[in-house]
Design a protein around this ligand. Sequence first.
Ligand SMILES: *Cc1c(COP(=O)(O)O)cnc(C)c1O
Length: 221
Amino acid sequence: MNQIAENIIRLKSILGEDVTLVAVSKTRPVEIILEAYDCGQRIFGENRVQELVEKQPSLPSDIEWHMIGHLQRNKVKSIAGFISLIHSVDSLRLLETINREAGNTGRVIRCLLQFHIATEETKYGLNMDEAGDIIKSSIDNGLHNVEIAGVMGMATYTNNLAQVRSEFRYLRHCFVDLKRTFFSEKESFSIVSMGMSGDHMIAIEEGSNMVRIGSQIFGER
Ligand SMILES: *Cc1c(COP(=O)(O)O)cnc(C)c1O
């Protein structure tokens, strides 16, 4: 068996049935992505629109593509026809654009609200108040072509595992809070996307149900 298949099988046995594995395929060529596909992986994540729209047409159409990187509004149109989940919604304007482009292609696009949980300045994301405002506005304005399906966050890149844990714990807390406030009887708000190659075990312990893993599947970039 090849190394990629081994890695995926090992990860899936660790994650179990309740945690969804997003194979992060950024920078990997189509042939390598197909190796993962051939051993059953169907969900792939990319962080750049340009790269995503170049690869998507030459890969099988039953792949679920996830956009995990920062998304500019003027790029939404080019992925709206096929994207399965956008992890990186960090403004109402972006959500409105996704809603409009999804409507133009007759789709409903699932989205996650990206939180800023790390101490690094450079990472995008919302705080609790901003996230609440976006959900309220999306309800009030009837954005029917998007479905807010949960939250996403990236922990600080650090060896301080206690800090990573507390950031993940905070994100999970935000999820529970938003669900209670806005979605009480709406099952669709259900995704907590947190955890990457280096920190997915901690993320799962803190309640992640979707991990985004690249280098532990495909090797170092
Ligand atoms: C690259 C990337 C990942 C995966 O990182 P690895 O360390 O290779 O697992 C996860 N999430 C986002 C948003 C990324 O950009």
